[in-house]
Design a protein around this ligand. Structure first.
Ligand code: 2YC
Length: 239
């Protein structure tokens, strides 16, 4: 899991396609409006990333949540979240970025939610993936969740590791890059019909190659964060 920099999250923007993709990945009908969400800064390990907690708050507020960043960090921050009647707590250390419901035992992990949501966004952009082939690069938490979602949708999933060669000199219409490799996808891999879904950070494609493609799905924090909220709302709706 690559660590974001403040530079990566300076221009946070939420677009309706993200909510649609998150709802496809985790179907929910409850409105997020008024759901009280606390974002707790965590100082362990490499410490706080300036603007990280505020960016998560901004994203959740943009989808209608009543979101706040706790004044305290770490355990004191968690207690503050309880005292301020939060329904959900978002927090991240160097290993895990997760969301916990304070009303049920449901929790959401960023890796899984990011994988499913970027696969769902690819499905929306391609107007369906049933019976089509998708190249998934990288098989960590994000790649596995993406491959699982695409398989559920009847896709022929071709999972390749960043070092394997059998995809390097071939073009693909649908590619999901879940590695954190820079410039892993080249002009030899895309056509004007190619759609790229890029959950990996840093982005694995240089701008010249991006310009060759039909569509590019990339957001450093927004789509994964909204998908975590969707997973909790969807799970609690089923209860
Ligand atoms: O500011 C804080 O509270 C820090 N403890 C946050 C550390 C986040 C580290 N993780 C990442 O930068 C990202 C995750 C958002 C998803 C993958 N890597």
């Amino acid at each position: 899991m690559s660590r974001l920099t403040t530079q990566d999250i300076l221009n946070i923007s939420v677009d309706p396609r993200m909510i649609e993709a998150a709802r496809l990945a985790y179907p929910f009908s409850i409105s997020p409006f008024g759901v009280r969400v606390a974002v707790v800064p965590v100082t362990s390990g490499l410490g706080v990333i300036p603007k990280f907690a505020e960016s998560v708050r901004e994203i959740l507020a943009a989808v209608g949540c009543d979101a706040f960043v706790t004044g305290s960090s770490d355990v004191a921050g968690l207690s503050e979240a309880y005292k301020r009647n939060a329904d959900i707590v978002f927090m991240a250390d160097d290993i895990e970025f997760a969301a916990y419901s304070l009303n049920s035992r449901v929790f959401a992990s960023n890796g899984e939610c990011t994988g499913r949501a970027f696969a769902a966004a690819l499905e929306l952009s391609a107007s369906g993936v049933n019976g089509k082939e998708v190249l998934v690069l990288g098989f960590g938490a994000v790649g596995q969740a993406a491959a699982e979602y695409l398989t559920e949708r009847g896709t022929k999933v071709l999972v390749c590791d960043k070092d394997s060669t059998d995809w390097k000199n071939t073009t693909h219409q649908l590619i999901l890059d879940a590695t954190s490799e820079r410039d892993i996808i080249t002009g030899d891999n895309v056509t004007a019909d190619t759609i790229l879904s890029l959950p990996g950070m840093p982005i694995g494609v240089n701008p010249d190659v991006l310009r060759l493609c039909r569509d590019v799905i990339h957001s450093p924090l927004e789509l994964g964060t909204i998908a975590m909220l969707a997973k909790i709302l969807a799970s609690e709706e089923k209860m």
